[in-house]
Design a protein around this ligand. Sequence first.
Ligand code: OAD
Length: 257
Amino acid sequence: MKLVSLRRFTKNYSATLLMKINQLNIVVLTGAGISAESGLRTFRDNGGLWEEHPVEEVATPQAWQRNPSMVWGFYQSRRRQLSEVEPNPAHFALSKLAEYAKDFFLITQNVDDLHERSGIMDVVHMHGQLRMLRCELSGKSEERMEPSDLENDFQFCTCCETASRLRPDIVWFGEQPMNMVEIYNKIETCDVFIVVGSSGHVYPAAGLVNFAKQSNAQTILINLEEPLNSFMFDETHFGSAGKILPKLVAEWIDQQE
Ligand code: OAD
């Protein structure tokens, strides 16, 4: 069922889903903020990743051509870090939400695997995944997380007759995000669109809320600080996702029972 959202530009409502959770088709978009409480640095906050490693040095196809060792080293250290972090209460709150919603679809800009490890298996990673590496020649991706895959040496594919070098399976600046057709299709038919922990700087992710609004979805934001696109949301909750999201999801479930 499609809803028309009545509330616009409201702030800090505690729990205002327009229908019971088990009648709703919910789409969630997460960003680096949801993994911050697990110990993974965001990109643009103070001390964020891009401060120490400028985008143009580690996150563009040109950087990979110019200095593949530096780019490889950056992503290998992030790949190794995955085994040192755990999902936090915000990730677990979303997996609970997934259980109760009529339909649930999770899009993440994050390249970590914390949503999967909190119990949501079919996550759409629009900016790629650290667990995967991609053959430079065939473009095929393979999961490569054995200890030997995490060393600083370049790794080679299993798909070509003569093994080709693998690159990180990450969407760099200037490249197309993944799965956009599916993402727009899911948002077009959703009742509620929730964004967690994203600064609204990077498109097309930052514009998905506009598309959700045009599609008459109710839009809800949970973020530490006010992001650039916060005016597009019907309802905004400012603070840490690990505190706010479990509370909101518990209230939404209570309303159903
Ligand atoms: P950013 O680093 O741009 O923004 C993170 C947002 O999370 C900020 O608005 C913070 O206020 C918020 N935040 C921090 N801690 C939080 C917490 N505990 N609870 C809730 N919110 C919190 O990260 P993204 O918006 O995800 O792309 O960045 C988008 C893309 O830019 C990334 O996917 C990456 C980057 O360049 C690529 O690498 C292709």
